[in-house]
Design a protein. Sequence first.
Length: 363
Amino acid sequence: MIAERIRQARLAAGFTQEQLADTVGMTKQVISKYENDKSEPNASVIMKLARALNQEPGYFLSQPQTKVDWMGYRSRANLGVKAREGIQYRAETYVEQYVSLAEKLAMEYVETLPTRGQTVRTVDEAEMLAASVRQAWSLDHMPIDDITRLVEMKGGIVFGEQSDPDTRFDGLSGWISGKRPVVVLNLSMPTDRRRFSLAHELAHLLMDDASNRHKDVEKFANRFAGAFIVSKEAAHRELGFRRNALNLNELMILKREYGLSIAGWVYRARDLDIISGMTATLLWQELGELGWRRQEPIELEAEEAPTRLRQMVLRAHAEGIISRTQAEKLCPGCLPPVKMRFCLHARSCGCRSRSASACLQSQ
């Protein structure tokens, strides 16, 4: 277990064996022996590794409490194996902390996602699956303000990964013991792409294994994502049932309202036969000439970033379940500086200091 934990922590931290060896004052060969279980580090070495990899010493001695079965990456071809493993291990560490903290807070997980294992063999079935999810979640045909928050509220665990734009991945999803969904979001992407990627991964989570192995599975997931963000009824309400042309400024307004990119609206209109293939081609040409296929002119204001763990950390710290140090480790920057905090116990403890640092009860 120690060997695998060292390797996981190193990759999660983005270190090579040589970089880790330099940080702790060892040789690459020694680190390799530890990771291949040919040698076992003593207590002092574990302390050094813990400091270098920003882990608690107990992390290297404990069995993982959760196991995520990953379904596969959507990424650029230049995202190497080690980079993928690093993303995976960082997400697994996050999930482990998330589940552990939820247990400390006695927050019972209630499964609210639609039944896993949906059969999808055509894009029309993907459209219907998206409609059924919207119905199950009482979304009607209105815009979704924050898809990330919605998935978290429905029991999903969402991890935000900051990826190098040159080697970025689009998404990753999996299940904890086949029961609880996990999605990795690339926070370096524009907000509209982030929203679409999360909806895309939701499709993979809901489809059965045969559907996920289908040669057109990415088309299914893309169709689901478009239909989840903008229902068919909403698209018809905004664009009509048949159009000879679309104005890009019109689509810009709809992007702000629904959080679907301008390009996504073109796809959506074509999928629903609101516009013809020729009209879609002309719109793509116009987007290319304007440079909007690479970078659209407006950004969405929605956060679209995980907040559930931060909320749990703040709650656990406020209730005294975890210390300030533990809170900062779980969620760096979540707590304000000590000097900025006021004593919340002033009435009960008689503390006259305006600073919480002077009140022992608040620590």
